[in-house]
Design a protein around this ligand. Structure first.
Ligand SMILES: Cc1cc2nc3c(=O)[nH]c(=O)nc-3n(C[C@H](O)[C@H](O)[C@H](O)COP(=O)(O)O)c2cc1C
Ligand code: SF4
Length: 483
């Protein structure tokens, strides 16, 4: 188990501040969290035709709990309603919604089709109603929909059966999703028809009232993998121009088929080599990983190089895109980069670095992008590990202009109305603060619905909780046969 001081063990802000100083981290932080109209987090922002009511954002988070045909269930609606009562005014996409069946990351992922459109429309309405009930208004509430194709990580039919549509061969990652021939690669014709599916989905999303669509480019899924497709021949691989053809074609199509629809991109702004469990369970980079196939990394792919990501942002701007949500890495092959945590998910590894370093890396890389692209509205991610100190860092980041909005992922699963409490000047409820136990990631890895099993009473009481506890126990004693 990792030997870093736990955030919950810090008694005061000074302890937290001192730890950041010891680590030489640059993230800004403030002790006194302001509220009401005094808070920089309460300020609205205008982005094109949209007015975003404040600077908290809810990041997309799926729950592996849709129906086989891609509709939301009660569990999905509960999660979206919790997003609605959070107090955040920007909903970055709700959760990943596949634009067609073969792009689903699991058989329970939402899928936007003619059959499901009514249910996906109702999901938005229900979120808005929950917001209205809690706050008595919906001013500045902006709700997007995240559109995806899972590419290499598609599992549309069986939870444990990968059916990858990868961009290119990548030996280390191929092994993990059982690619042993080019049959696992998506063809150019498939990509062309997929572009049409994204455009159609964006038009549908517009018709049912979503304010924007996120054309997902993160976490190792198709859009993101295309950006590193240097070995792919043909019109979608090789040069930067070819690797970004997918985005350009989708944006041009949306402009002509769904004029006025706003577009955002969630981008893994940097990445590193895939990691695996090494000595003493601590994560280490795959020695045979190919650094050329890593987008936003230096030559050895052990650190950041934002040169290409900046080129990508230049392109986004030239296409008229103003909304960017930054994230990093992938939950599949380097989860500590993407969602810094004290406790790893069951298929993960113990943190190879103090998780605060991971948080700082995302904050400072986002700040670098914001500095160079001041006209974009940029949402940052990966803040949950800050726990009790999240609001003070969020406030400092936004007031110093290092990002325009702070996105909340796991925190909102355990403590849905944290932003409302902070903005209303209430004391934070410590027992609801996410301690990064990673059960919300472990559960789906074991074929169960996701949720905050340790802290949310609703999930605590579900039968899956006992199963999860048993599985985690057997994994630590080495008798886990479920993999
Ligand atoms: C259970 C779970 C589901 C997630 N689903 C998505 C998703 O559908 N789309 C996406 O872009 N990111 C997804 N993420 C990543 C989060 O949006 C976020 O980037 C990550 O959790 C780091 O932010 P945090 O530190 O606030 O948790 C998911 C994360 C978790 C924990
Ligand atoms: S299961 Fe709950 S406490 Fe654990 S990481 Fe997820 S949200 Fe946080």
């Amino acid at each position: 188990m990792a030997n870093y001081p736990r955030i919950a063990s810090f008694k005061t802000f000074q302890d937290f501040d001192q730890r950041l100083t010891e680590l030489g981290l640059q993230m800004p932080r403030e002790e006194v969290v302001r509220f009401g109209s005094e808070s920089p987090m309460a300020r609205s922002a205008k982005v094109g035709p949209l007015t975003i009511g404040n600077r908290y954002c809810i990041l997309p988070m799926e729950g592996w709990d849709g129906t086989k045909d891609g509709r939301p269930t009660e569990l999905t609606r509960r999660r979206w309603n919790n997003f609605g009562i959070s107090g955040a005014k920007l909903m970055w996409g709700g959760e990943a919604v596949a634009v067609r069946h073969d792009g689903r990351a699991n058989p329970n992922q939402l899928c936007l089709t003619e059959q499901t459109v009514g249910d996906i429309a109702a999901l938005r309405e229900s979120l808005i109603e929950a917001h209205q009930d809690r706050f008595g208004e919906t001013d500045g509430l902006v709700v997007g929909l995240q559109l995806t194709h899972s590419g290499r990580y598609a599992r549309p039919n069986e939870k444990m059966t990968p059916e990858p549509r990868a961009v290119q061969r990548n030996p280390v990652l191929d092994k993990r999703v059982q690619i042993d021939s080019d049959a696992g690669l998506i063809t150019d014709d498939e990509l062309k028809s997929l572009i049409d599916d994204f455009i159609k989905a964006a038009k549908t999303a517009q018709n049912i009232g979503y304010d924007f669509v996120d054309v997902k480019h993160c976490h190792g899924y198709l859009g993101h993998e295309l950006l590193s497709g240097v070995d792919r021949p043909g019109p979608f691989g090789g040069s930067f121009e070819n690797r970004t053809r997918f985005l350009r074609a989708i944006v041009e199509g949306i402009a002509s088929e769904a004029p006025g629809m706003q577009i955002g991109v969630r981008l893994s702004m940097f990445d590193v080599l895939p990691f695996h469990k090494g000595i003493d369970n601590i994560g280490e980079p795959e020695e045979s990983g190919d650094p050329r196939l890593v987008f936003g990394a230096n030559a050895a792919a052990d650190g950041i190089d934002l040169e290409e990501p900046k080129k990508f942002l230049d392109l986004m701007q030239s296409l008229g895109i103003k909304l960017l949500c930054t994230t990093a890495g992938s939950p599949y092959y380097n989860p500590h980069i993407q969602r810094p945590a004290f406790f790893p998910p069951s298929d993960g590894y113990d943190p190879p670095e103090e998780p605060l370093i991971g948080v700082d890396r995302q904050i400072m890389a986002t700040a670098e992008l914001k500095k160079q692209f001041p006209e974009m509205f940029i949402v940052g991610s990966g803040y949950t590990y800050l726990q009790d100190y999240l609001p003070g860092v969020a406030q400092a980041v936004v007031s110093q202009g290092l990002a325009d909005s702070v996105g909340l992922g796991r925190m909102v699963l355990s403590y849905p109305d944290l932003p409302a409490d902070v903005l209303e000047g209430k004391t934070q409820q410590r027992k609801k603060i996410c301690r990064t136990f990673s059960d919300c990631t472990t559960a789906p890895r074991k074929g169960m619905v996701s949720g905050c099993y340790p802290l949310d009473r609703f999930y605590k009481d579900r039968p899956e909780r006992m199963e999860l506890v048993k599985l985690k126990k057997s994994a630590t004693t080495g008798s886990d046969s479920s993999k």
